[in-house]
Design a protein around this ligand. Structure first.
Ligand code: NDP
Length: 449
């Protein structure tokens, strides 16, 4: 596969794709490595993961530069992403020594539970956040005593490949964590059909996620899905409108809108719609779109020419554009931040665009806001802006979504659970319980008679 820099369209490198035979060989080696890994003392596994975290920490700048070249992420964000991988590893390095089972009162003996590793875990990663999403799977999976085979997205494999090398440099056992670049329908699908892979962690589109889930059903294979979103940023008339408007652009245009949590619908109470748009326009125009190498850039290009065509199809000639930001001309897959005033049922207002396009939709009252926020099959993230504490709590409980923030558009934190309601996903990643999600609970009764 030939990789090109999304900001310049220039050739970066060629990456060889794995075959099915290569996957099968990797799973066989991972199966052996997992047994030795699980047999190590918990403190030894913890120490190995801390070393891995430290080595990633020593390579933050290198990983960030790779992501800038391969994915077009602005350098400051790419540094944050590489630092986040280190932090996720550090957080889960505490888990091996805290995989606590239960002791349950029963008659005639003692009953205890063990959290046993599942075995080999297959992780399928999308192109939008190549390193961070990979780490949400591999760090807790390794911590719980599993081996990992990981397939990065075809377009963005470079940081994952480097993380695989850094794991070895840090002293993780050979074959415990293997990165297998390749095509979804070849490598990804083989993870799903291979009987030796006992859990799949998939992040990507809802359509592919459904296929993966159906494939897992065939072997009753565990599966975690983190899928699409069409999240609502709900602004009430009693909100601090200045703050809400100032932070709305980054809530949707970060990573050029290629973010499953993008607040791509701004719902505004109709009595303040005009005022809100007046505040939003300068904030959108000030959003700095440009070279990912520039330290002041807030938004880079889209990931590929093909993806830009998909995003463009949502903003045809005659689309109800309220205003736009700016973007460079010339080579690279640029798309200016775009604010639309569509009808509630227009495809751009209901489908995941995955680009820097936001729909502003007025609502009448709290009940209307809830109905509109919950319309559709997605339920991943969202924000609520109001000075009324009771309303903030009522809205947080009423919106069917896995990750909400009140008076903020907070990003994902590794220490809190993350995942979607409805067709935005299945299961949760991150937070204190993530390592447990990579185990089978075994119940053992020991007779005292
Ligand atoms: P996909 O869901 O197709 O890709 C995600 C990952 O799954 C990639 O690694 C892909 O491999 C792999 N894959 C593809 N087909 C299969 C399969 N049959 N079995 C197993 N794995 C497979 O997303 P796209 O890249 O096609 O993006 C399409 C749209 O999906 C975007 O425009 C966006 O709306 C949404 N999306 C949402 C994401 C999220 O974070 N929730 C992330 C990415 C996309 P390969 O790279 O070879 O295609």
């Amino acid at each position: 596969m030939t990789l090109v820099n999304p900001a310049t369209g220039r050739f970066i490198t060629d990456v060889e794709h794995s075959t099915i035979e290569r996957v099968d060989e990797a799973v066989a080696r991972a199966t052996v490595a997992q047994q030795a890994w699980a047999a190590l003392p918990p403190a030894a596994r913890a120490a190995a993961l801390r070393r891995f975290a430290a080595v990633v920490g020593d390579h933050v700048e290198e990983l960030a530069r790779l992501e800038v070249a391969n994915s077009g992420h602005p350098i400051t964000q790419a540094r944050w992403e590489a630092g986040h991988v280190r932090d996720v590893l550090e957080y889960y390095s505490a888990a091996p020594e805290r995989m606590l089972g239960a002791q349950i009162p029963v008659a005639g003996g003692i009953d205890v539970t063990f959290l046993e590793p599942i075995g080999v875990v297959g992780i399928i990663v999308p192109w939008n956040f190549p390193m961070t999403i990979a780490s949400w799977g591999f760090a807790p999976a390794l911590a719980a005593g599993n081996a990992v085979v990981l397939k990065p997205a075809e377009w963005t494999p470079l940081t994952a490949i480097r993380l695989g090398e850094l794991a070895l440099e840090a002293g993780l056992p050979e074959a415990l964590f293997q990165v297998l670049p390749g095509r979804g329908p070849v490598v990804g699908e083989r993870f799903v059909t291979h009987p030796g892979v006992r859990k799949i962690v998939f992040t990507g589109s809802t359509a592919t996620g459904k296929k993966v889930m159906a494939g897992c059903a065939d072997q009753v294979k565990a599966v975690t899905l983190e899928l699409g979103g069409k999240s609502a940023n709900v602004v009430f008339a009693d909100a601090d409108l200045e703050r809400a408007a100032a932070s709305a652009p980054s809530a949707v245009f970060d990573n050029a809108g290629q973010d499953c949590c993008a607040r791509s619908r701004i719902l505004v109470e109709e009595s303040v719609l005009e005022k809100f748009l007046e505040l939003l326009e300068p904030a959108v125009q000030a959003f700095r779109v440009g070279s990912p190498d520039d330290e002041t850039t807030e938004m880079g290009p889209l990931v590929s020419a093909a993806h830009r065509e998909k995003v463009r199809s949502y903003v045809p000639d005659g689309a109800p554009v309220a205003f736009r930001g700016t973007a460079p001309d010339g080579p690279g897959f640029w798309f200016a931040p775009t604010v639309l005033l569509p009808n509630r049922t227009d495809p751009v207002a209901t489908e995941e665009v995955f680009g820097p396009v936001v729909s502003v939709l007025p609502f009448r009252d709290e009940a209307d806001a809830i109905a509109l926020a919950n319309a559709g099959d997605y339920g991943l993230a969202g924000s609520i802006w109001t000075q009324n504490l009771g309303r903030g709590i009522r809205m947080s409980r009423a919106i069917e979504s896995g990750n909400l923030s009140v008076n903020s558009n907070s990003a994902v934190r590794y220490s809190t659970p993350f995942g979607g309601f409805k067709q935005s996903g299945l299961g949760r990643e991150l937070g204190p319980a993530a390592a447990e999600a990579f185990t089978e609970t075994k119940n053992v009764f020991i007779s005292t008679d």
